[in-house]
Design a protein around this ligand. Structure first.
Ligand SMILES: [Zn+2]
Length: 321
C-alpha cells in the first residue's frame, strides 16, 4: 500500500474540472429536473443498468427517488456532519472503502476549505482521487470563543460539511443527490444522469468515506485546521489585509501524518437518518383505505382518494431509502 502523491494536485484537479465541464456540456444523457418532476411518457422510457441487467426506469422509480431526496434535503440544507454522511452511505460503498481506500492526505487548506487526495481502488484508471471539503459553518467556528484547537475539534467532529470527489460515482450520481440535499461543494448539478440507479444511493463514495473517517481522528490534520483557524482569526482583527492564508502540505509532511495502518472505518449506527427518510406505509392499509372511499363522489372523498392513489404508487416497491 503506497500513499498517493500530492504534487501537482492543484493543477491536476483544475484540469479534471475543465474536462468534466466540457463533457457535461456535450452530454445528451442528462435528465433535467422537469423530466423528473413531470410524468415521463412511455416513449421516453429510460434504461438503466441496475444490478448488471438493463431494465427500464419507471416514473415510479423517479417519483420515489425524488421524494426521498426531498425529505433528505429538508433535514440537511446546511451540509452533513462527517458522522451523518457516513451513516447515510451504502454498505457497499463502506465495504469498498474498507478494502480499497487506505489513506487520505491533505494538500491544501484555505479559508475553511480543504483539498485532500486519496489512493484509488484496484480497478481504477487513476492513481489518486481528489476530495474537497468545505466547513459550512466555518465563520461560526472563527467567531465562537475557545482556542483554535477547540474550534478545529468542533469543525472535524461535529460541524456540517459540504463535499465533492472527482470519481465517477460522485460525478455521475452523488453530485446530483448532494446538490438536491444542499451539501455539494463546487459545481451544482441540477440534472440526473439517465444511466444511473434512481434510488437514493448514499451520500459518500468510497474516497469520501476514507476522508470523512480520517477527518474525525487525524491529529495532524486537526493541527493544520487549527493553524488555518488561527490565521483567519488574525485576519478578522486586521480587516482589509491580504486574502486568507493558504496552508500547503508537502509530501513528506503529509506522509508523516499517516498512521501505520489505515484508520478503521466506523459507520455510526445511532444516526440512521436514512431510516426515517421514507415513512413506511403498509400497502394493505392503503388498499383498505381506498376501498372505504371508493365510489364516494363528494369533493373531500375524491381528494382523499387521489392522495391514497399517490401513496399507493409509492408503496409498491421496496422503498427508496
Ligand atoms: Zn470518490
Amino acid at each position: 500500500m503506497t500513499a498517493p502523491r500530492i504534487g501537482n494536485a492543484q493543477s491536476a484537479i483544475n484540469k479534471l474540472r475543465q474536462q468534466e465541464l466540457d463533457s457535461r456540456r456535450q452530454a445528451t444523457t442528462i435528465l433535467q429536473p422537469s423530466e423528473v418532476s413531470g410524468g415521463l411518457s412511455p416513449a421516453r422510457m429510460l434504461t438503466t443498468t441496475l444490478g448488471g441487467t438493463a431494465r427500464p426506469i419507471t416514473p415510479k422509480d423517479l417519483a420515489q427517488w425524488r421524494l426521498a431526496v426531498q425529505k433528505l434535503g429538508a433535514k440537511a440544507q446546511q451540509g452533513l456532519s462527517a458522522r451523518e454522511a457516513l451513516s447515510l452511505s451504502t454498505a457497499a460503498s463502506v465495504e469498498r472503502a474498507k478494502k480499497e481506500i487506505s489513506f487520505s492526505l491533505p494538500v491544501r487548506l484555505q479559508a475553511g476549505k480543504l483539498h485532500l487526495v486519496t489512493d484509488s481502488g484496484p480497478q481504477s484508471k487513476v492513481t489518486r482521487h481528489h476530495v474537497h471539503l468545505e466547513f459550512a459553518q466555518y465563520s461560526a467556528a472563527l467567531a465562537r470563543p475557545g482556542t483554535p484547537a477547540q474550534a478545529a475539534q468542533w469543525l472535524c467532529k461535529e460541524s456540517p460539511l459540504k463535499f465533492e470527489c472527482d470519481c465517477g460515482h460522485f460525478r455521475y450520481f452523488l453530485r446530483y443527490v448532494a446538490s438536491a440535499g444542499g451539501w455539494v461543494a463546487g459545481r451544482y448539478e441540477g440534472g440526473l444522469p439517465k444511466l444511473t440507479n434512481p434510488t437514493l444511493d448514499g451520500a459518500a463514495c468510497k474516497h469520501l468515506i476514507r476522508v470523512l473517517t480520517d477527518l474525525q481522528s487525524s491529529v495532524g490534520l486537526r493541527q493544520r485546521i487549527a493553524k488555518m483557524v488561527e490565521a483567519d482569526r488574525e485576519l478578522i482583527n486586521r480587516p482589509g489585509r491580504a486574502k486568507p492564508r493558504a496552508i500547503l502540505v508537502a509530501q513528506a509532511e503529509a506522509e508523516r501524518m499517516l498512521p501505520k495502518h489505515s484508520r478503521r472505518i466506523v459507520v455510526p449506527s445511532n444516526a440512521p437518518r436514512h431510516a426515517t427518510l421514507v415513512p413506511k406505509v403498509a400497502s394493505a392499509d392503503v388498499r383498505a383505505a381506498m376501498a372505504a372511499f371508493r365510489g364516494k363522489t363528494d369533493a373531500n372523498s375524491i381528494a382523499v382518494m387521489r392522495a391514497l392513489q399517490a401513496l399507493a404508487a409509492h408503496t409498491g416497491g421496496g422503498g427508496a431509502a
